[in-house]
Design a protein around this ligand. Structure first.
Ligand code: NI
Length: 190
């Protein structure tokens, strides 16, 4: 396992349209890449990552919403000299190869989104509230799954990356400019 470098705006590679994973590419290298992407995502930390975000223009993405685990002991942590506890979360890693969305809902849901390639910036984005995704697993087997809530939003966000689209591209020009300006300021101060 390895932690990979995450590309950030304005890296032009993020605008790449990713190519399908071919039948002869479902091998150990692909599994290694998915493992490394998950490790990179957990380390960041984030809940989703597309291969192009680590510079690989393949239609592969990983998601783990890391839901709260009510059965586990709360986790104690300390940062900025301040101790607190938060609910434990559980690992639910998902890998989607060559995902395709079918029948997106007509009604939209608005969620506040962020992206590891656009650090520190969050904005509301409207997307179809539910959708069905057809995809392959790491062994090349085909699946179809109905998604809703945060999973539907997250999958659509990650699939945008495969087309070279970032969540800030869904904002008005003014809001996008303001977001990028804010990011520039944060980077200058770091
Ligand atoms: Ni993203």
């Amino acid at each position: 396992m390895a932690i990979l470098e995450i590309l950030e705006v304005p890296d032009p590679r993020l605008k790449t349209i990713s190519v399908p994973v071919e039948a002869d590419e479902f091998n150990d290298d692909l599994k290694q890449l998915a493992d490394d992407m998950l490790e990179t995502m957990y380390d960041a930390p984030g809940i989703g990552l597309a291969a192009i975000q680590v510079g690989v223009p393949k239609r592969l993405l990983v998601i783990d919403l890391q839901p709260e685990d009510p059965d586990a002991e709360p986790v104690e942590c300390e940062h900025d000299g301040h101790k607190h506890t938060h609910p434990a979360t559980k690992f639910e890693p998902r890998v989607f190869v060559n995902p395709v969305i079918v029948d997106p809902a007509e009604e939209f849901a608005t969620l506040n989104e962020g992206c590891l390639s656009v650090p520190e910036i969050y904005a509301d984005v409207d997307r179809p509230a539910t959708c069905t995704v057809k995809y392959q697993d790491l062994d090349g087997n085909h699946h179809e799954e109905a998604l809703e809530g945060m999973m539907a939003t997250c999958l659509q966000h990650e699939m945008d990356h495969l087309e070279g689209i970032l969540f800030i591209d869904h904002l008005s020009n003014l809001k996008r400019k303001m977001a990028l300006k804010k990011l520039k300021k944060i980077r200058a101060a770091a």
